[in-house]
Design a protein around this ligand. Structure first.
Ligand SMILES: Cc1ncc(COP(=O)(O)O)c(C=O)c1O
Length: 393
């Protein structure tokens, strides 16, 4: 285990040590993709080739999956929310999830049954918007709770997407999750949370499987290119663990080097890996970061094992790293390479740039002129005013 400090970023190298394989496999991904494709507004998001940046940094290619256009929700999160809503409703209505499609829910009888279902969730923005949107789509209701400090624009976007009500609480993220959990218990609502704990694993597992649609699309769009390095940003690590697990299964013969990226103030996966005993660690208090979607203090239990066993590096960076990357991604000279990347979306590109300034770290991570880097810009301008403020700095 080795820790390296570079400007604005710390990098922990653990050397990946666990056994291969992950439950987030191609079979699960195909079922999720089949469902998503049955949605009327499904469209694949773009995989952008950042050629200018690849040349400047001296690597073979940088591929960036741009999730800013997903379902009109500006982030990837609707993939997980909608798939979990689908699986829950399949169970309630007695439909086979392997063959059911969205239209099966549109009969009068099924609409009636769906209208009785009430979901509740906690969110720092994007997950709640995805759940609100999916609930409305299926004719259900959703109540959404947000942590203190959440931006009003994100709250309003959740109600606009279809929530009965979205409320900004005075609690931090971990506490607002527990609040939503109590609401579900007291009112008989269904909790649809994108993180897991003992006894609450089935629904988060479905949410992670929903994210795998991104993985299948990426592999098709790579068109034969095999990534050597994959950087994944993490809040609780549900998305990172799912995608990492999927890619490690797909590219088992030549596994990429996986790096997890978090904000410096709330790097719970970094701290869990650093503890070195295989168990998760939490960050307490009220951490502050502009990367709202990554402001989560406790790792997701069901994906932690995959991350622990397959990720080789963990990076924790300052907000500045993300801000710089947001500006750069928006302004590439070639229009085709420009991406509207929000605070959480841009951060992996920012960290890659920091790493490329340090020769010994580059060597340690094995990044060179043959490297094919894969990044996911997980959100667009989900807080438009904040995005404009950062771009105009
Ligand atoms: C835009 C964005 N990117 C990344 C993440 C991180 O996902 P996870 O919490 O599964 O690690 C989130 C979580 O809300 C998010 O909203």
């Amino acid at each position: 285990m080795k820790e390296t400090t570079i400007t604005n970023t710390v990098v922990l190298s653990t050397g990946m040590k666990g056994s291969p394989g992950s439950p987030f496999n191609p079979e699960a991904a195909e079922v999720a993709l089949r469902f998503h494709r049955s949605l009327p507004m499904y469209e694949e998001t773009k995989l952008v080739s950042l050629q200018t940046a690849a040349e400047e940094l001296g690597v073979k290619a940088i591929h960036l999956k741009d999730e800013s256009t997903r379902f009109g929700l500006k982030s990837f999160k609707g993939l997980g929310g909608s798939y979990a809503v689908f699986r829950i409703l399949c169970d309630k209505l007695g439909l086979d999830y392997r063959t059911a499609v969205f239209n099966d829910f549109m009969t009068d009888e099924n609409r009636e049954k769906c209208s009785e279902v009430i979901f509740v969730t906690a969110t720092d923005g994007n997950h709640g918007k995805g759940v609100a949107w999916a609930s409305k789509l299926f004719g259900c209701k959703a109540y959404v709770y947000m942590p203190a400090g959440s931006v009003e624009a994100r709250r309003k976007a959740i109600e606009d997407a279809g929530a009965e009500q979205a409320v900004i609480s005075d609690l931090n993220y971990d506490k607002v999750v527990q609040y939503a959990r109590r609401q579900a218990e007291e009112k008989g609502w269904t909790l649809i949370q994108d993180t897991s704990w003992e006894g609450y694993e089935k629904i988060p597992h479905w949410i992670v499987e929903g994210y795998l649609t991104m993985g299948v699309e990426i592999c098709e769009q790579l068109d034969g290119d095999v990534p050597t390095h994959v950087f994944l940003q993490a809040g609780v690590g549900a998305m990172a663990g799912g995608i990492l697990g999927y890619l490690s299964n797909i590219f088992a013969a030549k596994e990429p080097v996986f790096t997890i990226v978090e904000p410096m103030t709330v790097a719970c996966l970094y701290e869990s890996a650093k503890a070195g005993d295989g168990s998760i660690r939490s960050i307490s208090g009220d951490p502050v970061t502009i990367m709202a979607g990554l402001n989560c203090g406790t790792p997701c239990g069901i994906t932690w094992k995959t991350i622990r066993d397959r990720a080789s590096f963990y990076c924790a960076c300052t907000d500045e790293v993300s801000e710089n990357a947001m500006r750069e991604l928006a302004r590439f000279p070639n229009e085709k390479e420009r991406v509207v990347a929000g605070e959480c979306g841009a951060v992996t590109y920012g960290v890659l740039k920091e790493i490329m300034k340090d020769d010994s770290l580059k060597r340690e991570m094995g990044i060179n002129e043959d490297s094919i880097i894969l990044l996911i810009s997980t959100e667009g301008d989900t807080d438009p005013k904040g995005y404009d403020r950062i771009l105009s700095k």
